[in-house]
Design a protein around this ligand. Structure first.
Ligand SMILES: [Zn+2]
Length: 102
């Protein structure tokens, strides 16, 4: 899993293919990522109590990581992410296009 909350990602498949947005939620065990404002699906919510109205709610649906690419904040391209040791000895992510630390 190399996508984190707050990352900018580009959608590669589905109806919002080609669009990019910010990651708002990551489900690591299922490999699912929710992108703010993208892959919106309508959900019809029925009235639970008498007197309430059923309504249509629009919610962003999670996408699988394999359908997403991280957009590098340094070069602005959708890129593959690599891992390396930083000078301090920590693991860090970097852009394979421009070598910038993400
Ligand atoms: Zn880059």
């Amino acid at each position: 899993m190399n996508i984190k909350k707050g990352d900018q990602v580009k959608i590669l498949k589905g109806k919002d293919r080609g669009k990019s947005g910010k990651v708002i939620k990551v489900n690591v065990s299922y490999g699912l990522v929710t992108v703010e404002g993208l892959n919106i699906h309508q959900k019809n919510v029925r009235a639970k109590n008498a007197g309430e109205k059923g309504q249509v709610v629009k919610l962003p649906t999670p996408l699988h990581v394999s359908n997403l690419a991280v957009v590098c904040p340094a070069c602005g391209k959708s890129t593959r992410i690599g891992y390396r040791r930083s000078t301090g000895g920590n693991k860090e992510r970097y852009c394979k296009q421009c070598n910038a630390t993400i």
